[in-house]
Design a protein around this ligand. Sequence first.
Ligand SMILES: Cc1cc2nc3c(=O)[nH]c(=O)nc-3n(C[C@H](O)[C@H](O)[C@H](O)COP(=O)(O)OP(=O)(O)OC[C@H]3O[C@@H](n4cnc5c(N)ncnc54)[C@H](O)[C@@H]3O)c2cc1C
Length: 502
Amino acid sequence: MIEEVDVVVIGGGATGAGTLWDLALRGIDAVLIEQHEPGYGTSGRNHGCLHSGGRYLVKDPELALECYRENQILRQVAGAAIEDTGGLFAHIKSDEQDYVRRWVDNAHRIGLPVEEVSATEARNMEPILSSEVDRVFTVPDAAVDPFDLIYMNLQGAVQKGARFMTETRVKELLIRDGRVQGVLAEDIRTKEVHEFRCRAVINAAGPWVGIIASLAGISLELTYGKGSLLVHATRLAQRQINRLRSPSDGDVLMPGKTVCLFGTTDIHIDNPDDTVTWADEVKSLIEMERPIFPDLPEMRVLRTVTGVRPLYTPGAAGTAERDANRGHAVINHGARDGVGGFFTIMGGKLTTYRLMAEQVVDEVARELGVTVACKTAETPLAGLSIGNARNFLETKAICECEQVTEDDLLTAAIFLDKVRSGGIRRMTRLGLGPCQGTLCIWRGALYLYRKGLLTDQECLTFIEESLDERWKGNRGVLWGDQIRQAELERGIYRGIYGSEGD
Ligand SMILES: Cc1cc2nc3c(=O)[nH]c(=O)nc-3n(C[C@H](O)[C@H](O)[C@H](O)COP(=O)(O)OP(=O)(O)OC[C@H]3O[C@@H](n4cnc5c(N)ncnc54)[C@H](O)[C@@H]3O)c2cc1C
């Protein structure tokens, strides 16, 4: 089947979803193509910090300012995805003292509001902090739910006439006379091929941008940094807590909905699909918790999450991942490589996804002769009608940990173009809580089956794929309560349902 559209966006992370929303607001006809489901990539595998910029104050004040500005904008336009947790930067006695002075100076220089509180007051606010903490500052950090953010952008774009396709992988760019003319994309299950004819293609494929660029014969100088996080079973802090030192591994504890995340590591990898967390990484993360959160290593860890940072290092091959530029890059491949109508947007932060989308759509709009300016900084995105407490009390519960109801599953299933475990999980949070799906995956699958949204075979596949996905994150943290939980899960799914999974 051949479809005509102005712009094809490749990748359903925050950047791609934000780009689709921006295009839709400017009246540009667009389709987004995602190889798995929205939020599958790095956007669904991070801390979920809406950075205030504090983390980058000394190393990259420009990025810090960019984060602070976007933080303020997103609170206005994407409030439903944000929890105003506030943040603390906590210095421990053994860390470099002079760093605090440079950090405070730069905060004043860029206008980031930071305020010192006494160490005692900070420990009253967050009892998880070590008695080794000597200086603490408040900052306007916040928590952002990346899945809500992505689906809110998609929802807004769809309401303005844009489309998105999931489980569809771009395999080929159609190029003629030095211009991109379209893309070929394949359904990853049925292998059906879709052809889109378009005037421009935006490569927002996160860690896979290099693979997409190579379809046009273009080489991008990229390195990949893998970062792993520990997901603790309860909300052990109410605010984002950052270690006040030069950015390093294991600096951030981030509360997010019912859990809290600690991380991250930063390990060079060669393949953007390498998201396995090694046992050594788990051990080293636990050791990193001790100096600033001495009780944390004893607290239950539910799972690990691993994301990949693509770092664009033109002319700087061999740069250590931690030292590479963490800002973003917009590449017009017409100007750079002689392939007109082809653009890449990459790097950056979840916090800066809106700005990244604005900048790449500005370039595309110029090329298409569209003069409508960006409106995403002042157009509020509607929240998802999923997972609110009122809804939980009024309809039947499917997942008690994350308060997911039958209505939530139905809303997600109707919105998604394909009803699959990954999309349902990311949109509703089914199975993400402390029981890790033990009591809710089968209930959710059976509900969708009874509603006629899954066939019997699809229902089994839904369960198997959900369990496989949980297992990827659980297998590195099986000790204490978590191994008991895993045994219960195995008993239910193997014993009662005869599941063949791991
Ligand atoms: C461990 C870690 C922690 C982080 N913490 C934070 C944080 O707390 N705050 C913050 O602001 N930033 C954070 N970041 C950075 C942030 O997560 C990323 O910058 C951001 O999520 C990137 O989004 P993206 O949309 O560009 O890429 P992605 O989310 O990776 O999206 C790319 C999408 O493209 C799809 N795709 C790839 N190839 C194809 C193809 N051939 N066809 C169709 N689709 C394709 C993928 O499936 C994927 O869904 C963190 C990063 C890491 C690694």
